[in-house]
Write a protein that binds this ligand. Sequence first.
Ligand SMILES: Cc1cc2nc3c(=O)[nH]c(=O)nc-3n(C[C@H](O)[C@H](O)[C@H](O)COP(=O)(O)O)c2cc1C
Length: 183
Amino acid sequence: MKKELGAANCLYPMPVTLVGALVDGKPNYITIAYVGIIDHGHVSLAMGKVHYTNDGIRENGTFSINLPSTSMVKEADYCGLVSGRKADKGALFETFFGVLETAPMIAGCPVNMECRLAQTIDMPRHDVFVGEVVASYCDEEVASENGVDFSKVDPILFAMYDKSYFRMGERFADAWSVGKALM
Ligand SMILES: Cc1cc2nc3c(=O)[nH]c(=O)nc-3n(C[C@H](O)[C@H](O)[C@H](O)COP(=O)(O)O)c2cc1C
């Protein structure tokens, strides 16, 4: 038997990200879990129109996406509780800049991406920002031969309905490979 959930969005868990933008010339960071991958070079962020950060993304046409580790869960939660209108969230972190020069990134996050705004989709309550990934960085300690070892990143995962944070499980199979057993 199945339990009916109504029209519930069950697409969880999602990675918790800290999205950075310059707002009035100062770094601000917002917690965003409604992130998407469009293709290898493009990402999307669904950001409520009320948020302070949105103006900075529009103004500069740039933003960053930073992946915090579970050890940064308090900072990540705080950036989702408090608006940059009321507090200087940039002061929480050491900020660095890359090639775009206007996309502030968090040195303490093991993975960082800087993005150029490619398109904004106007949804009733959200701006969906589509970004072109221009450059990405990772700490030496989490680097692998092919890019990033996500088990070392130890990202924070989020589920809405019970408002919980989870951590990643273990790697258990090879993609585009394990299914060959059924061919
Ligand atoms: C775990 C978590 C995930 C969140 N994900 C989103 C999201 O995907 N989209 C969104 O619009 N707000 C999201 N929020 C809420 C914003 O982070 C929050 O309202 C923030 O304080 C806005 O910051 P700002 O006003 O400085 O831009 C999330 C909050 C938390 C705690």
